[in-house]
Design a protein around this ligand. Sequence first.
Ligand code: HEC
Length: 176
Amino acid sequence: MPKPTGERRDPVSCIPMLGRTLLLSILAVGLLLLLLVSALTTFGTPQPVVINGTAAPPLPTLNPAAVAEGERLYAHYCASCHGANLEGAPDWKVRLPDGSFPPPPQDSSGHTWHHADSLLLTVIREGGDPAENLRMPAFGDRLSDDEIRAILTFFKSRWGEEERTFQWWITVTSGE
Ligand code: HEC
């Protein structure tokens, strides 16, 4: 049997050393670019909010006009009790001598962000239940639902990312 003429050669080893290094560099740079582009598009695209395995659409951006309108209304109707800076009363969790609660904060340190929009709208429209000694006044005769929504939008603009995300999720998923 005659020996096969010519050696079989590994195709890669055909590429001269310099060419191979260049090829590997191009591949590495290409891979890095691909990773960078996919990372950028992931961060740039709004992601769904998933809490306890239940998904809500991505967090919407707030309308700046509504935030400004809400801030104006808040200063006029709410700040005297809930504080010029949404800080509420210092011991808002402790009942007063008459058995009622002092006004809570409306910022991230308060409780408002635990509730869905629909429930907050009802509380502000109808006030706290006097039978339970809750002293939040009713505003349904002075503020339209749109105005109350603007105040809520203002609150949202002041909440931290975590509080706002949770409140968005509960609003969408509770169906309240
Ligand atoms: C006269 C004082 C007073 C004014 C003015 C007032 N509040 Fe209140 N608010 C309270 C008190 C006291 C509570 C706690 C007791 C209760 O829930 O009724 C409360 C509770 C609330 C809650 C419930 C928070 C929670 O965690 O459940 C919201 C929301 C709220 N107020 C929003 C507003 C908004 C918006 C305005 C302005 C339109 C406003 N309040 C004006 C006294 C006031």
